[in-house]
Write a protein that binds this ligand. Sequence first.
Ligand SMILES: [Zn+2]
Ligand SMILES: [Zn+2]
Length: 250
Amino acid sequence: MKIYPQPIYDLDELARYNLHIHTAFSACAQPEMTAKAIVKTAEKAGLVQIALTDHYDHFDRDKDYLAQMDALKIACAEMNPKIKVLFGFELSCYGVGKFLEKDETNQALDYRLVSCNHYDRPWWDKPEDKSPRGCAVHTMRIVKSALESKRYDCVAHPLIGRFCRHLEDRTEVTKAMTDNELGEICELAAKTETALELNTGAVRGDPALFRRLWNLGREVGTTFHYGTDAHSLGYIDTGRNLPEIKKILA
Ligand SMILES: [Zn+2]
Ligand SMILES: [Zn+2]
């Protein structure tokens, strides 16, 4: 789903949308993350749109995941929300051109966020070369394949090395990416109409990368989406970290 008719580079405007929220269906999220509590909290925070994006971690369980999404839809409909709620997943592009969900499942979603770097999952393809540059090349190849597939609306926490847990300083991964390479990814994202996520945790964890993406992306017309990757109710309000994110990207 296209969120904006054209790219928006006003952070206040972007932050009216929180397009990365986990419900209690994600094992890593708090049990308080019910559809009802999420919608209430988002309305109170003055958001205009949210996306529910639980992890999609299994091959061949499409039916279960769609049933899970239907349960969230029913719970939300009962509340008659004043904000727009998108039902999607944080899908997994776990290797070059490797997608977990079936095509029909992909097409049944309102919002298709995709992660390309969850190396913490045991079934995720791993780089043979474990150096920061090896990890960088591997991650960039997966992201490019996700973009080229045009299956997705947005790349979650793009390119960060946070999940390369064997490295002591995980920002080494993105330091090993050249501006040319990042520019190419921003261009490809623009061309394939796939957004890159300003994931607040990722921006705070690797400010230098996101300054580069934000600058390169604005030059070539990349769309950015805003998401807090909320796992608890306290992180639904985008206002919480907005001043810090603005400072980092300024
Ligand atoms: Zn993630
Ligand atoms: Zn997430």
